[in-house]
Design a protein around this ligand. Structure first.
Ligand code: PMP
Ligand code: GLN
Length: 400
């Protein structure tokens, strides 16, 4: 057997942090606030629809584009929430989670050496998909201001463009920072995309998990952007069904078709009975979506307050599942990876080191991400452990 079994494209990637940390949670019995998945089931109507579909024999390959009624429900959802018009026959494709849509988009649109503007930190699959496509990520740094609000310098986006730039890969609301890109920020990105004729691929899986007064603005709604934007989302976060892996990609036919060309050779199709069930979810009344975010906001506040009580400077997210702490009050060397590897044993809690989301890990080395999409008593139990381990010993102001 050759020594170099693994493709050089994946050299340096290793096992995903989610697999590593969730395995550590199982091994140690620690409370898992690492991987972002809810620990309660979603709406009964959605679960029942999947069970009914299995009983009704929806157990074979769905159509290549995805279940026709789900594609219609996705188009309805985009019109209802954002006023976006899509033809479900040609402009919507169902995928194996947002993850496969991202992979399909990168593999279907990029040639070796093409450059892609990304914002770091970024969700871990982005760098791997770009590597598989032999494309080159060009990072723009998201960094917190004095109030802890993440932003970027618009000049950095302009400076990132070269004659090899083909695409901007965006994620709003954002994992891991919980940032919601403002309309002004999106305008700045859109202006660069239009000026340089770039495609924008936008990952909006946290679209319904936006707190307080923040507003999710889909890139495709900006003037001149629909025709160059591929939008990706999924049902996992919105319906507490992360294990179903039903995602979708939408936009102008040319972009959807290019991404589908790759997607069709990845899984071809997936999750037949979960597709009609996800359509039921997308058609739930506004009250469902409002309650979803209201409940999550209570959990966010409980976690953020708890992390501050444990002495950590804590970043409260505007959206998504994730709060971030600066560990330096407890671990002055700021080694978040070491902190997370020992936390299950020292405190009985699992978290994720934010450095894995950076191309330049030094920017996030001292940061650690905790998920709030858990039952309140689970969050309370984790906080109690963290306070017991760190609360007395640390001197952090708790402000952010
Ligand atoms: N994008 C982001 C920003 C995510 O946080 C996640 C993971 N939850 C995904 C994509 C993957 O979504 P899915 O589970 O639908 O593949
Ligand atoms: N998106 C979730 C997170 O960031 C889960 C990712 C995964 O398990 N691959 O935690």
């Amino acid at each position: 057997m050759p020594d170099d079994v693994l493709t050089s494209k994946l050299a340096g990637f290793g096992t995903t942090i989610f697999a590593e940390m969730s395995a550590l949670a199982t091994e140690t019995g620690a409370i898992n606030l690492g991987q972002g998945f809810p620990d309660t089931d979603g709406p009964q109507a959605v679960l029942d629809a999947a069970i009914d579909a299995i009983r009704a024999g929806v157990n074979q390959y769905p159509p290549g584009l995805g279940d026709a009624d789900l594609r219609t429900a996705i188009a309805e959802h985009q019109r209802r929430w954002y006023g976006i018009e899509l033809d479900p026959a040609t402009q919507v494709v169902v995928t194996a989670g947002a993850t496969e849509a991202l992979a399909g988009a990168m593999l279907g649109m990029l040639d070796a050496g093409d450059e892609v503007i990304v914002f770091e930190p970024m969700y871990d699959s982005y760098q791997a998909c770009l590597a598989l496509a032999a494309a080159i990520p060009v990072p723009v740094l998201l960094s917190p201001d004095a109030d802890g609000v993440y932003g970027f310098d618009a000049a950095d986006v302009r400076d990132a463009v070269t004659d090899r730039t083909k695409l901007v890969l965006l994620n709003t609301p954002h994992n891991p920072t919980g940032k919601v890109f403002t309309r002004a920020e999106l305008d700045a990105i859109a202006a660069v995309a239009i000026e340089h004729d770039l495609i924008v691929v936008t990952d909006e899986v946290y679209e319904h998990l936006v707190f307080d007064n923040a507003e999710h603005v889909p890139m495709a709604t900006l003037p001149g952007m629909f025709e160059r934007t591929l939008t990706i989302s999924s049902g996992g976060k919105t319906f507490h069904t992360t294990g179903w892996k039903i995602g979708w990609m939408m936009g102008p036919t040319e972009l959807v078709t290019a991404a589908r060309m790759a997607k069709q050779y990845l899984t071809y199709v997936n999750g037949a009975p979960f597709q009609p069930a996800t359509a039921v979810g997308l058609r739930l009344p506004d009250s469902y979506f409002n309650q979803l975010v209201a409940d999550l906001q209570i959990a966010r506040d409980r976690l953020v307050d708890g992390l501050r009580a444990a002495g950590f400077v804590t970043h409260s997210p505007e959206a998504s599942y994730f709060a971030t702490i600066d560990i330096r009050s407890a671990q002055p060397d700021g080694d978040g990876m070491a902190f997370c590897r020992s936390l299950p044993v020292t405190a009985g809690v699992v978290a994720v080191p934010t450095e894995v989301f950076y191309m330049h890990p030094e920017h996030g080395r001292h940061l650690v991400r905790f998920a709030c999409c858990k039952q309140l008593d689970v969050i309370d139990a984790a906080v109690e452990r963290l306070v017991a381990s760190f609360g007395v010993a640390t001197t952090g102001s708790g402000a952010s």
